[in-house]
Design a protein around this ligand. Structure first.
Ligand SMILES: [Zn+2]
Ligand SMILES: [Zn+2]
Length: 109
């Protein structure tokens, strides 16, 4: 759940696909405990996070056809994601995301 502007194509689309996968999983009543335990999922943020990612995807002219039901806007608070830790891991692992991060942080400040 880092700033979508810094994300490379692969990570942006990857997280987007993951949100749809998680919504699918939860809708079927399957467990997402592993994600919750690892701090990889905030159920109450899925809708807004999807929105953020789609905005960035559209800005880059990627296609998007998969809307999410509005009911996901209001869900119980479940799980928490450490955004700073995720950002750190992402920019350590992916040189493209790191470039994006450096670009944004020197421009934004
Ligand atoms: Zn979508
Ligand atoms: Zn990346």
């Amino acid at each position: 759940m880092v700033d979508p502007r810094i994300m490379c194509r692969q990570h942006l689309l990857g997280e987007h696909a993951e949100i749809h996968m998680l919504i699918e999983t939860i809708s079927r009543g399957n467990s997402v405990k592993g994600y919750l335990d690892k701090g990889l999922l905030e159920v109450h943020s899925l809708y807004n996070r999807h929105d953020e990612l789609v905005k960035e995807m559209k800005r880059r002219n990627y296609r998007h056809y998969s809307a999410i039901s509005k009911k996901w806007k209001q869900t119980n608070i479940m799980g928490s994601v450490n955004r700073e830790k995720n950002l750190e891991q992402l920019i350590n692992r992916c040189s493209r995301c790191r470039e994006g991060y450096e670009r944004i942080s020197t421009k934004g400040k």
